[in-house]
Write a protein that binds this ligand. Sequence first.
Ligand code: XIL
Length: 472
Amino acid sequence: MKRLFLVACSLMGIVSSAVATAEELAGTWHAQFETFSGLQTYHFAFDTTDGMPSAIAVVEQNDEKREVSFSDVKIEADTITFAELRKLQDREIRIEFACKLDDKGLSVSRKVGDFGSTETIATRKLPDPPPVTPPVPAVEVKIDRVIKEAFRDQFIIGMAGDVPARYSEAELTAAAKHFNAVTPENCMKPERVHPEEARWQFETTDALVDWAQKNQMSIHGHTLVWHAQTPKWFFENGDRALITQRMKDHIHTLVGRYKGKLQSWDVVNEAINDGGNEETAKTEGLRNSPWLQAMGPEYLTLAFRFAHEADPDATLYYNDYNIESGPKHASSMVLLKRLLNDGAPVHAVGIQGHWRSGSVPFDDIDKAISDYASLGLKVSITELDVTIRGESGGRFGRGPSRSGPASTEDLNRQADDYAKLFAIFMKHKDVIERVTLWGLHDRRTWRFGQHPLILDANSQPKPAYAAIVNEK
Ligand code: XIL
């Protein structure tokens, strides 16, 4: 209808400024508001195309996200107005927005009930995160090369994140500068990409694959079959045959879609129980996951078969944490031997590598890599992070830290740990395919507050980074 209107206007030689600006208002805008409860980032999406304007947003604050569908959306000339109804402690509050186009971008005013209003400028691009103050202690860090170059002839160096959406330009530049592989941190997990049996959500995953390809980064798929972050529908109202079929459809569709674009996949994630003892060490020690309950131990073999059918060139991983040590390591060997005996196309083992500075099991890691290699398998460190004490001093929307930055002493000890780890990886360079850090920097990490990565909260190299590349 709008198009007809535009055609009619142009036929009549009339240019309607209201119509032209409605189009300029359309699409996504990002705005940040300092509120009494902390920084809130609104990612607005305005639809102005059909004369029935609508406005929605994803709002991020601290670690939480909420989706908002605004009411009373009106467009007048260069201004769009709408309202958010929020329940706060049993009170409904009406937040009114007025967004007006001007040469700076979109000037947004946000009026909360009777509490007054805040103004900000929304932009098309995500704003850079505010710098962290005070930064981590001023430790002189000099690097002679970026990490992906330092290891170019030995193995790939990756990062995890659901790039590029909601990452700033500066962060994306840092990601592509330091790393040559990416693992989707959450967006390829079943609950995100396949929330209902008949509904797939490929927007974020397609965008990640496009972005990685444009930046010459290889992509490691994560993860197909897991007990966590998997919707219940997979297991409901179905017998073994139906649940197997669902697994097959899931794997075929997802792996098939990115065939030739993803180099590798975590096919089964975290199938082995924690802890264990002398007795369980002799067994596969399988976790009592819904997959095991529905399909029995064969679920692993089938998952690998389905993935191989969908992309015969992809490297297929069994991925788990703490499998380098103790009874869990022994169980992983029992399990992998059985899978290989049964002809399951398992090609590699992912040692996740979520460790703590001061207690990294170096000898176990060294031996575990040799053990897996002895089975003819490749190895990657798929989710590396090494935590230390202290807080990272602010993340998206989070105020200053309470416990302050990490101490120089802790940062240096962490640097030693990272250097020792990479020395072990170098020793096994013929077996190791990739080392992936689980996050981008100390704010983009699931272990926020524990400074686990090699780039600090401002994306600057930490002592750990320097120790890895300079001592290589
Ligand atoms: C984590 C993500 O980093 C978090 O953002 C999410 O809330 C939970 O999952 N082992 C895995 C990863 O295989 O998928 C997990 O990632 C970390 C542990």
